[in-house]
Design a protein around this ligand. Sequence first.
Ligand code: ADP
Ligand code: MG
Length: 260
Amino acid sequence: MAATLEIRDLHVSIDGNPILKGVNLTISQGETHALMGPNGSGKSTLAYALMGHPAYTVDRGEVIFDGIDILELEADERSRLGLFLAFQYPVSVPGVTVANFLRSAINARMKAEDPDSPGISIPEFRRLLKEKMDLLGIDHKFAGRYLNEGFSGGEKKRNEVLQLATLEPKIGILDETDSGLDIDALRVVAEGVNKLKGPNLGILIITHYKRMLEYLQPQFVHMMMDGRIVESGGPELAEELELHGYRPFFEKYGIEATED
Ligand code: ADP
Ligand code: MG
């Protein structure tokens, strides 16, 4: 059966300030969802809360993944269950290459499924990594780069998409950077995700770029405003945003406009 991530009435605060005010969203394996919304609406807060970031306090609600309430779990336990959460600001890890990192992540996941698992062998890992880099059009040299050390925005995104491809999560959540993505980085994410789409992968892509949706063609589009998902629909919602921006929705929901 397809795994499902079910976010129910999620309320999250930061330092006592309520940010998410009742988010409901269900994502299943095989589905592509886009979460849009103006700056400051709470999109990244949702990603951090799902990741289990300690600064984000869950005040109410539940998040059920594959039948398990993940809010009780540590971040690494969430990822071992098959939930992939890319960090919005990937930290640099000195002395660890892209390949080292991926291999330990795969091993951790295999050991979580079977404590006696010897992990992935080096030849098997090399084959897997090569296959995924070829699929995504990533230069093989990239695997030897030190994680995030001097990565450009596009390289950070390439790394995320490569992680998504090799870890083969059931559900992946990708948040854009606040500083924004250049066209190259945007294309890396969109083309990579397009290649990885399939019945075993559910995706939530968080973006305020309408351009991303043109590349990605998600089946489901959601719009967040002031800590809630106020509209959900299909590609027509993205088209409406393309035509009129967020302004009509600010008026409709009586929310003070931050920016368009
Ligand atoms: P988005 O990703 O949609 O642009 P965020 O989730 O980053 O929005 O932010 C939602 C709100 O939470 C904003 O008003 C922002 O100022 C506030 N916020 C985000 N991070 C923090 C933080 N670390 N401390 C206090 N307030 C924060
Ligand atoms: Mg954000």
